[in-house]
Each structure stands twice: as structure tokens, then as C-alpha cells.
Design a protein around this ligand. Structure first.
Ligand SMILES: NC(=O)c1ccc[n+]([C@@H]2O[C@H](COP(=O)([O-])OP(=O)(O)OC[C@H]3O[C@@H](n4cnc5c(N)ncnc54)[C@H](OP(=O)(O)O)[C@@H]3O)[C@@H](O)[C@H]2O)c1
Length: 284
């Protein structure tokens, strides 16, 4: 393994091995950033523990604290990350279980939606906390994760977090937790907007007379190709749109109908409402 890999000497414990923890573990192993012997996990159900062990070769524990102590640094050059990946309603109980089991060198990375750094820091009496907000395409390594760190997180730990999150797709560092709420509305809720638009376009294709299968293929590749084209061309979306909008043509007609139906305003309101909701859930 190359020396430039910031995780080469790091051991990781995943508390709650559900969908998101599995996506990170699978990504880390796929990219060979760590070996299975560097990973421990915990899960209350034996069947899930066995599944994770057989599938990825990682050591699994029933007791959350045991996974944390398993990956404690044994030598000064070793580092350790504890990933909190339970559902938000389980977090408080899990933090209470973990309290006192961490050593100060360990970094805590939370993927739990809405959980504030301050809450985790207070419950664990720990200073090195990273809060992240991934999205569902992370499950195939095509996600985007916003993250921010407490003041107690070192530069080395930050590069480890970056490497770990890049196993899920792209990682974008944001300035503060307010921006985590903003990312919750834009990128974490984002697939919902895209899927709805996708569904509406496929239905429109079926309405015209295409079979669902053909409509789906046409829409999927149109969306995928448009995103890749936008990214590669580095052009503003309006410029790309103007390139295909000929006078009196089909695009001009379609744009007129979308503007008339306030599509732009509807999307903007949806994102803004999701942001307010993320903030409100974080206050609970
Ligand atoms: N999935 C996503 O795309 C996504 C995106 C952004 C953020 N997140 C965040 O990621 C976190 C995990 O989400 P997820 O989708 O991975 O959920 P999940 O699949 O339900 O994973 C959580 C796992 O934790 C287990 N668990 C329950 N109680 C536990 C305990 N006391 N100790 C240890 N493990 C326990 C659950 O077991 P059971 O199955 O037996 O209940 C479940 O397997 C959530 O907080 C969510 O907000 C997820």
C-alpha cells in the first residue's frame, strides 16, 4: 500500500453496520485504502454480524464499546476512527454506551443526520468530531458528502476523513454546521428531486406512446449524459441550454411551458423548505 494513503496506519470501528456503514466499508476495501483486518464493526443482530463478517472479512462485535476498544491505537504511529452510523433516534443511547471508552487520539466521524457536533462532544466528553452528510448514491460509490470538523480535529485526521469519504464518491468540506443543513437540503435530499423529475419524464414518454422500458432508457441516459457534458464543458447551464434552443424549435416550446409552470420557483422553494426542515430537526 502506498505511503501517501492517509489511512494506511488507521483502524476504523463502525458503530451500527447498516446501509451507510456498509457503503463506506465496501468503498474503503474496493479502493484498497484499508484491509479488512483494519476494520471492526458492531451490530445488535447476530445474522447481520455474520453477514458483514462473511462478505467483507471484518471483525464484528455485539457490544458497541468492544468495537471501539478493538481499534484503539496500540502504538504512537497508529490512528483510529470511530464512525457513528446508527439512525438518529438511536444515537443518544449509543453515545451513552460509548462514553468513557474512547481515547483522546481517536477521531469520531458521524454520518447521523441532524446530530450536532456539540451534542456528540458533550455526550462522549471528546473533542475530535467530524460531522458528515452523505447521500444515497454513496451506495454505489457515486455520492457526494459534505463534512465539517470541530476545532480539535488535526490536519492528519482531516486528510484521513477526506480519503474515507472519497470511498463514497466526492467529499466537499464546508465551513460550518449551518452549511451541513444547507447540504442536507441540496445534496442529501437532492436525489429525491432528481428521481421525481426522472419519474415525470419517463411518464411523459409513456404518455406519448413509448414502452416504459424504452422511455426509461432514453431518460436515464439523457440525464446521465447531460450531467457529464455539463461537467466536462465547464459551461453555465443556461449556455448549454441556449446551444440547443433554436428559434421556434422544440426546446424553446418546452422551456416556455416549464417557466409558465414555475418549475424553477418550485425547485427553489423545495430546497429552501428542506433546509428549514433540516434546521428544525436539528433543534429537536
Ligand atoms: N442511507 C443513506 O443514504 C444516508 C444518507 C445520509 C445520512 N444517513 C445517515 O446514516 C445513518 C445510518 O443510516 P443507514 O441508512 O445506514 O441506516 P440503517 O441501515 O438502519 O443502519 C443503522 C444500523 O444500526 C443498527 N442499530 C440499531 N440499534 C443499534 C445500536 N444500539 N447499536 C448499534 N447498531 C444499532 C440497525 O440495526 P437494525 O437493522 O436491526 O435496526 C441498522 O442496521 C443515519 O443516521 C442516517 O441519518 C444515511
Amino acid at each position: 500500500m502506498a505511503d501517501t494513503n492517509p489511512l494506511s496506519n488507521c483502524r476504523l470501528a463502525f458503530i451500527g453496520c447498516g446501509v451507510m456503514a456498509e457503503a463506506i466499508i465496501a468503498g474503503l476495501l474496493r479502493k484498497k485504502l484499508v484491509g479488512p483486518e483494519q476494520i471492526a464493526g458492531s451490530h445488535p443482530r447476530q445474522a447481520r454480524r455474520e453477514e458483514m463478517h462473511v462478505k467483507y472479512g471484518v471483525e464484528m462485535f455485539e457490544i458497541n464499546r468492544d468495537a471501539v476498544t478493538e481499534v484503539s491505537p496500540e502504538t504512537p504511529d497508529q490512528s483510529s476512527i470511530i464512525v457513528l452510523a446508527v439512525k438518529p433516534q438511536r444515537l443518544l443511547g449509543v453515545l451513552q454506551q460509548l462514553k468513557g471508552s474512547l481515547v483522546k487520539e481517536q477521531l469520531v466521524v458521524s454520518v447521523v443526520a441532524g446530530a450536532k457536533i456539540e451534542t456528540i462532544a458533550e455526550e462522549l466528553v471528546h473533542v475530535s468530531i467530524v460531522r458528515t452528510m452523505p447521500n444515497t448514491p454513496a451506495q454505489i460509490g457515486e455520492g457526494v458528502t459534505a463534512w465539517t470538523a470541530s476545532a480539535g480535529v488535526s490536519e492528519e485526521q482531516e486528510s484521513q476523513v477526506c480519503a474515507m469519504l472519497e470511498a463514497l464518491g466526492e467529499a466537499v468540506r464546508v465551513e460550518n454546521e449551518r452549511q451541513i443543513d444547507m447540504a442536507t437540503a441540496l445534496s442529501a435530499t437532492g436525489p429525491t428531486y432528481i428521481f421525481l423529475v426522472m419519474e415525470a419524464l419517463i411518464d411523459a414518454g409513456v404518455h406519448m406512446g413509448f414502452s416504459r422500458h424504452v422511455a426509461q432508457e432514453l431518460v436515464h441516459q439523457t440525464m446521465l449524459g447531460s450531467v457529464l457534458f455539463a461537467r466536462e464543458s465547464h459551461k453555465h447551464p443556461a449556455e448549454l441550454r441556449n446551444m440547443v434552443t433554436s428559434p421556434g424549435g422544440t426546446s424553446a416550446e418546452a422551456i416556455y411551458q416549464m417557466e409558465k409552470g414555475s418549475l424553477r420557483t418550485v425547485l427553489s422553494k423545495a430546497v429552501w423548505s428542506a433546509y428549514q426542515r433540516a434546521e428544525a430537526l436539528g433543534r429537536k
